[in-house]
Design a protein around this ligand. Structure first.
Ligand SMILES: NC(=O)c1ccc[n+]([C@@H]2O[C@H](COP(=O)([O-])OP(=O)(O)OC[C@H]3O[C@@H](n4cnc5c(N)ncnc54)[C@H](OP(=O)(O)O)[C@@H]3O)[C@@H](O)[C@H]2O)c1
Length: 267
């Protein structure tokens, strides 16, 4: 059995490799591929199962890249694709990247290969970006209102992926909703930051245009700003508040809570 991991240089991919090395021999792990021209390399290595980690680009490019990765895997004799999707992928979600994941999921299903879809919720790690400003000003800002979001640590999502990759046959044509233990509000997150640091931090509900203005000032690409703004619009409608027990079923323990994650990260 040989497992390929794309995006292995990234934050999620490198954690998947780390967790996979706890489970299978290093000789069974191969990393990264960026296009169909590499398909020959893949067949030479006898890859059975490929983890396709979603890329980062605008919707049209990313849909094409993901389809290319699926085609490359199929052309090289891969039998089973594992894909890092998003929770509740929809064509018309306010979180615009959701449509990419729906397309990729459908393309994988239509490929005729065995598949496992890991529908990841949002990384708890993303919350740390707002911490320096919160500690400086006391304000933890986001256009989140009282939305509840089932954030989950990236490391836990990596362990879930490694669990599947270590025994792919047990997960053929399965879809897992990988969420945190509860949907947390930004009020709660601000209190976690305050408790962890001993500093006064409160949540500030930013107007949407202030939020997008800040992101533009940081130089983020338009498609990312649109997706991040949409994430909060969708979350306020309840799109990302549903908790699933699939992580615990898969990994055999509950994921680390956001409260514990923040406490340990800011210790
Ligand atoms: N659920 C969430 O909250 C959340 C948050 C952020 C991102 N994501 C998604 O999850 C993915 C993994 O997250 P991460 O934190 O590991 O991101 P990351 O650290 O930015 O890593 C992304 C990885 O994908 C590779 N990659 C990007 N475009 C590619 C392409 N066109 N072809 C092949 N490889 C490509 C990168 O390779 P290079 O290093 O060679 O560029 C890198 O190894 C992201 O790419 C994004 O799609 C999810």
């Amino acid at each position: 059995m040989t497992i390929l991991i794309t995006g292995a240089t990234g934050q999620l991919g490198s954690l998947v490799v780390k967790h996979l090395l706890d489970r299978i021999p290093a000789n069974d792990i191969a990393v990264s591929v960026r296009g169909p021209e590499k398909a020959a390399d893949l067949s030479a290595k006898g890859i059975d199962t490929a983890l396709i980690i979603s890329a980062e680009d605008d919707n049209a490019k990313r849909i094409a890249q993901h389809r290319t990765a699926v085609d490359a895997a199929k052309a090289s004799g891969v039998k089973h694709i594992v894909y890092t999707s998003i929770i509740d992928p929809k064509a018309d979600a306010d979180f615009t990247y959701s449509a990419i994941h729906l397309d990729t999921e459908n393309y994988i299903r239509e490929s005729g290969l065995a598949y496992t879809l890991l529908r990841n919720s949002f990384y708890a790690d993303l919350l740390l970006a707002g911490v320096p400003h919160a500690l400086e000003t006391g304000d933890f800002g986001a256009p989140a209102g009282d939305a509840k979001i089932t954030y989950i640590p990236r490391n836990d999502l990596a362990e879930a992926a490694a669990t599947v990759l270590a025994n792919p046959a047990d997960h053929i044509n399965k879809t897992y909703d990988l969420t945190g233990t509860k949907g947390v509000t930004h009020d709660e997150i601000a209190s976690y930051i305050a408790n962890a640091t001993g500093k006064p931090v409160k949540f500030v509900d930013l107007p949407a245009e202030v939020h997008t203005g800040i992101l533009s000032g940081l130089g983020l690409p338009g498609h990312l700003i649109e997706a991040l703004a949409g994430l909060y619009v969708g979350a306020k409608k309840g799109d990302y508040e549903t908790v699933s027990s699939d992580f615990e079923t898969l990994v055999g323990r509950k994921p680390q809570s956001v409260e514990d994650f923040v406490a340990k990260a800011l210790k």
